[in-house]
Ligand binder design. Sequence first.
Ligand SMILES: *Cc1c(COP(=O)(O)O)cnc(C)c1O
Length: 229
Amino acid sequence: MKEELSDNLRELHGRIVEACDEYDRDADDIIIVAITKTHPAVAIKRVVAAGIHNIGESRIQEAEPKIIEVGQIARFHMVGHLQSNKVKKAVELFDVIQSVDSYKLAEEIDRRAAEIDRIIECYVEVNCSGEDQKYGAAPGKVVELIQRVNYLDNINLTGLMTVGPLTDDREHIRRTFRMCQEIFKEGRDIVGDDFDTLSMGMTDDFELAIAEGSTMIRIGTGIFGPRED
Ligand SMILES: *Cc1c(COP(=O)(O)O)cnc(C)c1O
C-alpha cells in the first residue's frame, strides 16, 4: 500500500510535469489536493507524510471523524455539495469550502463562521458543463454571486471550483474548462489579486485543466487507486 502510494505519486508528478511542458505552465503553480473520500484516516496520514499538504473530502459525516483523528496536519478542503444543516460542522472542520453555489449557502457559512470568530476561505463552484445532475452555480449567475459573496465579512473569497463534464470528448472538456477560466478572470477583476485559485481538473482530465489555466487539481483515483463506491 505504501509503495503503491509513492508509485502513484511519482506517476502523477510525471503527468503534471509533462502537461506543464506541453502547455507552457510552471509545475510549481499547480497545487495538488488529495481527495481522500472513501479512504480511511491513515490514508490522509500517509499522503501528508509523502508531501501533500492539501486534503479534500466530499461528505461532512465521513470527514468529521477522520479529520478529528488526524488533527490539523494539512489544509482541509470541502469539495462536495454542502447542505445548510451541515454548515456549522463544515466551518469548524475545514479550512476551505470549495462548493459555494448559492448566496443563501454563502450567507449561512458567513453566519456560522462569525459565531466561532473565524474567517473561512471559500471558492464559488461553477457548473461549467451545464449537466443538470451536477452541483454548482450556472455560469451566467457566477459573476453576480462573486460580487455579493465578496461583501460577506467572514468569508475570504479566493477562487473558483468546477467539475468537468463526464464525456470522452476531450475538445468538449477543454472548451468547458476554457469557459471557466474566462469566468475566473472576471472574478479576479472583481475581487482582486486574492482571487488566485482555479480548482479545476481531476484524475482523468487534469491535463486539459492545466492547459486552460488551472492552479489546483483534485486527485483521488490517481493517488489512491480506484474507489469501491
Ligand atoms: C471525488 C472527487 C474528485 C477526485 O476524483 P478522481 O477522479 O478520483 O480524481 C475531485 N473533485 C471532486 C469534487 C470529487 O468529488
